[in-house]
Design a protein around this ligand. Structure first.
Ligand SMILES: [Zn+2]
Ligand SMILES: [Zn+2]
Length: 141
């Protein structure tokens, strides 16, 4: 994990952000909602405390009920639709889940686990060295 600031933003550049490292975790998430929200087999995410994220611009949001019943809000650019991050009723509600692909250099982070494998599609493949979890990964945050 790098200790230089992580910068990124949406596709059109209307929304930009800077992150104070370190990320709390980095995972590949295979859940159904990530598939629908991103149009991919899985999405690569990393966790932060909200105070680590500095945002320029105002994302649009979409909120639905997550699998645990709590609300999950996805933040994205209203202009280009680029996905940026997710917040919600997660354990310790100061957590922000960033979309790793929105980083200007996504190679600065690397996945440490695969989560929600129960929803993984058959054609998606993962690094066999990574620990896999059927649903949420137990974390002490
Ligand atoms: Zn945009
Ligand atoms: Zn997910």
């Amino acid at each position: 994990m790098t200790d230089q600031p992580l910068i990124g933003g949406c596709l059109c550049g209307d929304i930009r952000y800077q992150i104070t490292p370190p990320a709390l975790f980095v995972s590949q998430c295979c859940c159904k909602d990530c598939q629908k929200a991103t149009g991919t087999g899985h999405t690569t995410i990393f966790g932060l405390r909200s105070q680590q994220l500095q945002l320029q611009g105002t994302p649009k949001t979409y909120t639905n009920a997550g699998e645990s019943g709590g609300s999950v809000t996805r933040h994205f650019c209203g202009e280009c639709g680029g996905r940026l991050y997710t917040t919600g009723d997660l354990p310790g509600d100061t957590i922000v889940i960033m979309q790793a692909g929105s980083l200007d250099d996504p190679n600065l982070i690397s996945p440490e686990s695969v989560i929600y494998t129960k929803d993984a599609v058959t054609w998606d493949v993962f690094d066999p060295a990574l620990p896999q979890f059927e649903a949420r990964q137990p974390r002490s945050l």
